[in-house]
Design a protein around this ligand. Structure first.
Ligand SMILES: [Fe+2]
Length: 216
């Protein structure tokens, strides 16, 4: 099993070179499974944060994001997608306004991504792949791996691309944070302009149960 793990995209705020980079890594490792680690869509326009008037409105943002998603879908037509906190923004907004979920469309219908399996987490070869919503610290995936006593791959913290292992005398597990594919200079990500921690342009691979990071 050779799994390509694609970092946070935040469409339409994904870096213009990230798709070519991930395709190259997929070829290098001859991957036969693909996992998107989450935050496929940014949904800045419907967030509850202060709005930047220079950013597009919700419908325009959706159209821009859809174009990006179509490119990724044609490159990776079969994939497991971890639902990220940004992907969930529509659901959270609807919930807080009292709208029952039956009025909402499934992700595949909204984005035309047949062949993608959207879920909060996926387990492949006993390894947990999940977005890592609300996880923080220096090594979120490693911390989760130790708590869960199983290997974990996550995204969410764009500035962390790391692998750490733990051996308890019986077995060895790992935690891998895969970095991200976001464009740090995009206006939608301008909230991070003063941060000392910038996104690491990277993706991950799990090959025969072992983690690898490819960093640009
Ligand atoms: Fe993210």
């Amino acid at each position: 099993m050779r799994v390509l793990v694609i970092g946070d995209l935040h469409a339409p705020a994904v870096h213009k070179d990230y798709l070519a980079f991930c395709k190259k890594v997929a070829r290098m490792y001859d991957t036969n499974k693909t996992v998107f680690i989450g935050d496929i869509i940014d949904h800045e326009a419907i967030s509850r944060h202060e709005k930047n008037p220079d950013l597009p409105a919700a419908r325009d943002e959706f159209n821009m994001a859809l174009k990006v998603v179509k490119k990724w879908h044609s490159a990776f037509p079969e994939a497991y997608v971890c639902i990220g906190n940004h992907d969930e923004r529509v659901l959270r907004r609807a919930k807080s306004e009292g709208i029952p979920s039956l009025y909402l469309k499934p992700f595949n219908e909204v984005y035309g991504t047949s062949g993608w399996v959207w879920a909060n987490e996926h387990i492949i070869d006993k390894i947990l792949y999940t977005h890592g919503t609300n996880w923080s610290g220096k090594s979120p995936a490693f911390n989760a791996a130790c708590y869960l006593r199983r290997s974990v791959v996550c995204g969410h913290c764009h500035s962390i691309a790391s692998i750490a292992h733990h051996n308890n005398g019986e077995d060895t597990i790992f935690g891998m944070n895969v970095g991200a594919g976001v464009d740090a200079n995009h206006l939608a990500l301008s909230y991070g302009r003063y941060s000392l921690k910038k996104p690491v342009f990277s993706c991950g691979v799990v090959k025969d149960g072992h983690p690898y990071l490819e960093i640009k």
